[in-house]
Design a protein around this ligand. Structure first.
Ligand code: ADP
Ligand code: MG
Length: 676
């Protein structure tokens, strides 16, 4: 294998960092698959793997000192003085008597249900053990490890990497070490010393070493920051590249005039709000230019962003281009199709739906018509991204709930045309200041006004014991002909809370059952799911019990109440999305967030006062990492424990400035991204 790799390298000089993990000794296809579960496929990703936590190894102690370390971890050097195996039922306890190598003291090691270890402890064998001191009932070590040469020494910092079944801690640490060794020649610092000094960061080789073999927690943290700067530089370099490419684009110029604008507005059953009109004008301006649009459309749930998408689609079709709208769920794609197809038809524009659960024959026909250009507009799910979906002249691509897609997924859609106008729609807004700094290449539109008569859902954060009171309230609303949602984080019940299935059953036994209950979750076949939601929409049943598949987009004006059980297990931005599902018809609406513990209610309690999506987002952001924000979680990264969770704005701004002022640096990092 070394040969094959070697000769390949001679033809195409592949960076060591780009090589597959199998280039590391000891990693074959099986372990490579295990690593892939951690998001690690290359050497570069392996050395960038971030530990979840760091722990300090216990000290080495002499046996007489053990009592002082009860409950803690220690290293001891001992000799085996006999073993005893007790079997009881199917269980076993192995007791290994231990004496000090020289000097006084004795103790024992205890292993439960590991009788097979007995042979390892032959009398007189010298052992270096590491384990926790417990009462056995004398003082002993419970299931201590036999320390190996490559284990961290007493008192050293030990990194706890994310684990996956079948891949042990020590093994993973060994692989990371080996990968570091291989990569060492390529770990070169390209930033200037004074830049690093200003940011108080170590150079790259040091950063990698300190991340995996830290000499102190402080240096470890700084090392991690330096690696984060590395990702930031890559992202910023790519953005800069996109900005440049955009300046001299060749996008279709899609004009609009008073006549067309009037005809579009005539299709709407309502008067657009001032905010919507402003966005229409912004879209008109962007789409008329040959520089491709890159616009982020933000607006709180229910603010009416969908008609803005319709507006862009109409301009595309009118200008002889095609438009694609990508939605994160089938339910949402279907709903958009259902509401917009009539409006588009009224403008003489043909559109179609494309989802994964469609019949093959129907799908083939849609693909044909997209490729030939007969179809001007398509609404679809992820399936729009597959290779067999081709467009005659894709001019406008719209990504609804854009944060639900990764950067690369979005790019795959945009790549289906040349210089495609891009509209990214989201109700989980990126705080304005951040959007401007991170995504400087995006123009931002904001729908900052709810349609008239719309009041935010009154939110109550309650204990699970309030179940009956809440059910009564919902029952009263349904009796008035209104509709409601009842949400659980999971399908099945577990120790942490009830699942949607059980709730549906239980509610069916209460008076609520008479209003008709539909159970909707991800394991119900899409066709069946659509039928259930249709019955709900038509009012044949009035209560939907489901999981967060209902989170995005569902638009049923008659819905006035939503209950979320186990609300503390969902993110606050997600809860805000969910409550945006009710009160869309104007009039009063309620949101009940049920959570078990006081602490849980405390964490989400502020939602009863905060109704502005931007503020929810800002508060939510404090708890999420930057990678999440950019929609591209870093491979294997994990901010628990070590990543400080706070977005490191300073690093992002620094990356942006560096890329802007040092073209050779920008080129270097951009090249690295495109070679992936
Ligand atoms: P979101 O911004 O969450 O995607 P939608 O586009 O789904 O919101 O709109 C929510 C609801 O508000 C829909 O039923 C839509 O028809 C309605 N709506 C949108 N704009 C207006 C308006 N200007 N006046 C009245 N109703 C509107
Ligand atoms: Mg929407």
């Amino acid at each position: 294998m070394a040969d094959a790799n070697g000769s390949q390298a001679a033809v195409i000089p592949v960076s060591i960092l780009e090589r597959p993990v199998t280039a590391v000794k000891g990693i074959g296809s099986v372990r490579a698959r295990l690593l892939a579960r951690l998001g690690v496929t290359t050497i570069g990703e392996l050395i960038a793997l971030q530990p979840r936590r760091v722990e300090r190894r216990g000290p080495e102690v002499a046996l007489p000192e053990l009592p002082a370390h009860l409950g803690g971890f220690v290293h001891v050097r001992t000799r085996v003085a006999g073993t005893r195996l007790v079997r009881r039922g199917g269980r076993s306890i192995l007791r290994v008597s231990l004496v000090a190598l020289d000097g006084p003291g004795r103790t024992e090691a205890v292993y439960f249900n590991q009788a097979y270890l007995r042979d390892r402890f032959e009398d007189g064998r010298e052992l270096h053990l590491y384990g926790r001191v417990v009462k056995t009932p004398q003082l002993g070590l419970v299931a201590p490890r036999v320390v190996r040469d490559d284990d961290p020494p007493p008192g050293a910092l030990e990194l706890i990497y994310p684990l996956t079944e079948g891949l042990g801690r020590t093994q993973l640490r060994g692989f990371v070490d080996a990968a570091l060794e291989l990569a060492r020649p390529e770990l070169v610092e390209h930033l200037e010393a004074e830049t690093l000094e200003r940011l108080e960061l170590p150079d790259l080789p040091t950063a990698y070493l300190e991340t995996h073999r830290p000499s102190s927690v402080e240096l470890l943290k700084n090392g991690l920051r330096r690696l984060r700067l590395e990702s930031a530089l890559e992202v910023q370099a790519r953005l800069a590249g996109q900005r440049r490419a955009r300046a001299d684009g060749d996008a279709p110029r899609l004009g609009c005039d008073d006549g067309l604008r009037e005809r579009i507005l005539a299709q709407l059953p309502f008067e657009p709000t001032a905010a919507q009109r402003r966005v229409f004008a912004e879209l008109e301006h962007d789409l008329a230019r040959s520089a491709p649009m890159r616009r982020l459309l933000q607006g709180d749930v229910g603010s009416g962003k969908t008609v803005c998408a319709l507006f862009a689609a109409a301009l595309a079709a009118n200008g002889g281009a095609q438009c694609a709208l990508l939605a994160p769920t089938e339910v949402l794609a279907e709903q958009h199709y259902a509401t917009e197809r009539g409006r588009l038809a009224g403008l003489g524009i043909k559109c179609a739906l494309l989802t994964g659960s469609m019949r093959a024959a129907t799908r083939r026909k849609v693909l044909e018509h997209l490729a030939s250009g007969q179809l001007a507009c398509v609404f679809g799910t992820h399936t729009l991204l597959s290779d067999d979906v081709r467009f005659a002249r894709l001019g406008v691509a719209i990504v609804d709930e854009q944060h639900r897609f990764g950067v690369l997924q979005r790019e795959r859609l945009f790549a289906k045309g040349r210089d495609v106008h891009q509209l990214l729609v989201t109700a989980t807004p990126i705080p304005r200041t951040l959007a401007r700094t991170l995504w400087a290449d995006l123009d931002v539109s904001v729908v900052d006004e709810l349609p008239p008569g719309r009041a935010p859902a009154r939110t109550h954060v309650l204990g699970l014991d309030q179940f009956e009171r809440v059910a009564k309230h919902v029952d009263a609303r349904l009796a008035l002909g209104e509709r409601a949602f009842w949400i659980a984080p999971r399908i099945e019940s577990s120790a942490v809370g009830r699942g949607a299935e059980e709730i549906a059953e239980e509610l069916g036994r209460t008076p609520l059952g008479r209003h008709g209950i539909e159970l909707v979750h991800g394991r119900i076949a899409p066709r069946e799911r659509a039928q259930r939601l249709d019955r709900f929409r038509r009012g044949e049943s009035s209560l939907v019990v489901g999981t967060t598949v209902l989170e995005v987009g569902i638009d049923v004006p008659e819905a006035t109440a939503i209950v979320v059980e186990g609300a503390d297990r969902l993110g606050t931005a997600q809860l805000h999305q969910l409550r945006g599902r009710v009160g869309r018809g104007g009039g009063e609406a309620w949101c009940f967030l049920l959570a078990g513990s006081d602490a849980a209610r405390e964490r989400i309690g502020w939602l009863d006062r905060v109704h502005d999506g931007f503020e929810v987002a800002e508060r939510d952001l404090a708890r999420r990492g930057m990678g999440d924000l950019l929609g591209e979680r870093q491979a294997g990264s994990n901010s628990e424990g070590l990543g400080d969770g706070e977005p490191d704005l300073e690093l992002w701004l620094a990356a942006r400035d560096l890329v802007a002022t040092r073209p050779e640096l920008a080129r270097r990092y951009a090249a690295r991204v495109t070679s992936r």
